[in-house]
Design a protein around this ligand. Structure first.
Ligand SMILES: Nc1ncnc2c1ncn2[C@@H]1O[C@H](COP(=O)(O)OP(=O)(O)O)[C@@H](O)[C@H]1O
Ligand SMILES: [Mg+2]
Length: 269
């Protein structure tokens, strides 16, 4: 029997994302106030809180759309540069927006192709891909776009202009485009907003499949029932501060969370 003392120690687990003491103010408003949180690989992590709590600002800092006043993010063991959306994308962070940002005049397929193209264009491999681009590669990109549209349940709308799609399908198209980048972390900002109950259930199934296929998911969501059934862990923001963190059940019965939601008088995400 081999000596167990000779076996190597397993490497300590490190969270995929470590946000530390993030501050962000807009004028006198503290949108983020010393926010620290960890997201583990393979989680569906929910970020909730009343309207104006700072959820989208957290996404903006994470994805390079704005720069924190203080603090930082370590992603996949390396400090993430701030204010550089392309760098965040290259590192494997993709997002959808609270208000879908699609090329409304282009077809669904073309929107996904742009997502694929952006990926090919970035970095050294991108430069090679540009140089070596062949019709076979174009065909492969089209096939990949078709596959992503099918994966997100909108294959039948491939040729429809994005702006003509029903709202729920626009959200799916945003997810398809984000997945084109093959992200490690998919950050979704209120993806179920504007969806009916059936669409929301289908979205939940899609998010579960995305996670099962190996992508970590960070979800800002307005629909509390969805957050509670979908998320492994939840963090709650209120006025820029992290007021609770834990399992959905723990967070739901936390007095500070209940007070924040009742106090806001609004049903924020
Ligand atoms: N670009 C901006 N300029 C000025 N104020 C902003 C900006 N973005 C967000 N805020 C303010 O920061 C606070 C947090 O906003 P946000 O992150 O969008 O909240 P949430 O997504 O939780 O609803 C709000 O008071 C909002 O008005
Ligand atoms: Mg928001």
């Amino acid at each position: 029997m081999p000596a167990t003392s000779a076996s190597p120690c397993p490497a300590p687990q490190v969270p995929l994302l470590q946000a530390r003491e993030l501050d962000k103010s807009y004028g006198g408003i503290r949108a983020l106030d010393a926010v620290s949180l960890d997201i583990w690989r393979g989680e569906i992590f929910g970020l909730i809180g009343p309207n104006g709590a700072g959820k989208t600002t957290f996404f903006d800092v994470l994805t390079g759309f704005c720069v924190a006043d203080a603090g930082g993010i370590v992603f996949d063991r390396v400090v993430l540069p701030q204010g550089e959306p392309q760098a965040a994308a290259r590192r494997g962070i993709a997002r959808s927006f609270q208000n879908a940002r699609l090329f409304t005049d282009l077809s669904a397929r073309e929107n996904v192709l742009i997502g694929l193209h952006t990926r090919l264009q970035s970095g050294l491999l991108g430069a090679l891909a540009r140089g070596l681009r062949t019709r076979a590669e174009e065909r492969a990109a089209h096939a990949r776009a078709e596959a992503l549209l099918a994966y997100t349940g909108i294959a039948q709308h491939a040729d429809t202009a994005a702006g003509s799609l029903p709202y729920g399908d626009q959200r799916r198209l945003e997810i398809a485009r984000a997945l084109a980048a093959e992200p490690q972390l998919l950050a979704l900002d209120e993806p179920a907003a504007g969806m009916n109950a059936t669409e929301t259930a289908e979205l939940a199934a899609l998010v579960r499949r995305i996670r099962a296929d190996g992508t970590t998911v960070l979800l800002i969501e307005h629909d509390m029932a969805l957050v509670m059934t979908l998320c492994d862990r939840v963090a709650v923001l209120d006025s820029g501060r992290l007021i609770a963190q834990g399992s959905p059940a723990e967070v739901q019965r936390d007095p500070a969370v209940i007070a924040a939601y009742l106090g806001s008088g609004r049903h924020g995400a």
